[in-house]
Design a protein. Structure first.
Length: 111
């Protein structure tokens, strides 16, 4: 296996539409191009997909600093953000992330 990097020939937009029609309740969408880079999320991809489906989207892949999270939450219609490296490698703490997003960015969430 190639961890999602093997070309399938499946168009991501058409696949998102199809899984919605098949009954998916939400989609966790990971940008392979951004995954593990810590350079920010694939805002273009998430915005395209959010325009063609109605089920919730959880984005994943690319967070390297708290500003990346603020950017994706402020500039998209996503329902949730999944984080891994930024927390696993102690780049940010959950408490500091939440305080930054609530206080500095005025993003509504539980502290």
């Amino acid at each position: 296996m190639d961890n999602g990097r093997e070309q399938t020939g499946i168009d991501v937009i058409e696949w998102a539409k199809k899984v919605e029609t098949l009954g998916a309740g939400e989609i966790m969408l990971t940008s392979i191009d951004k995954e593990g880079t810590k350079r920010g999320f694939d805002l273009e991809l998430y915005n395209i997909i959010s325009k063609v489906i109605t089920i919730p989207i959880i984005c994943c892949g690319g967070a390297g600093k708290k500003e990346h999270i603020a950017d994706i939450l402020s500039n998209s219609e996503l329902d949730a953000v999944a984080l891994s490296s930024i927390l696993h490698y102690n780049i940010e703490s959950i408490k500091d992330l939440k305080e930054f997003l609530i206080i500095n960015e005025k993003i509504n969430m539980r502290l």
